[in-house]
Design a protein around this ligand. Structure first.
Ligand code: ADP
Length: 159
């Protein structure tokens, strides 16, 4: 049984995240979606439990997915869960540079492999940061966020 962990900040989750989760869930028997804290990013807008709720809502129909949150290093979480590999997404060349560093470091620390999935071209421009910017100007989020969480995310972000 192959288990994988897709870690991220998900502040908030986007259609791009959901697309990656759907595709990754077909490549393993069990997919953990790990909501963590990225120390190199600004203070998150959503709390860990809010993000957990949002990700649970958008993945409720994916039978082999389980949402968890973790503090500390991704590799420590991966070891606790005994996963076979990490999953990460690649959108742009700048993602590649950052992701290379992380994958090398994670592999050095624990031997764990990272599998990369290319972003779908229709979502490659999408990031949580962009969504926060759009909502700040009170524009609807229909094209960027799964419909099931649009209202919750918009209400939190519009002020
Ligand atoms: P982190 O702070 O760990 O990078 P993010 O939530 O920003 O957390 O991203 C988590 C993972 O999802 C990363 O591998 C990122 O490349 C991927 N990702 C983010 N947005 C998209 C998207 N639009 N399409 C595909 N993958 C994405």
């Amino acid at each position: 049984m192959k288990k994988a962990l897709f870690p991220g900040t998900f502040d908030p989750p986007t259609l791009g995240h959901l697309d990656l989760i759907q595709r990754a869930s077909k490549l393993c028997d069990k997919l953990y979606i790990g909501i963590g804290h990225n120390s190199s990013k600004n203070k998150p807008l959503f709390t860990l439990s809010e993000k957990e709720e949002l990700v649970k809502t958008i993945t409720k129909d994916i039978r082999n997915a389980e949402v968890i949150s973790f503090s500390g290093l991704v590799v420590e979480c991966a070891q606790e869960l005994k996963v076979d590999y990490l999953i990460r997404g690649l959108r742009t060349f700048s993602d590649f540079e950052y992701e290379c560093q992380m994958a090398f470091a994670n592999n050095k620390m624990t031997g764990i492999e990272t599998l990369f999935l290319m972003a779908d071209s229709q979502y490659a421009h999408l990031s949580s940061t962009l969504i926060k910017e759009i909502a700040h100007y009170k524009h609807r989020l229909t094209d960027f966020i799964p419909a099931s969480i649009e209202e919750a995310v918009f209400n939190k972000l519009k002020d």
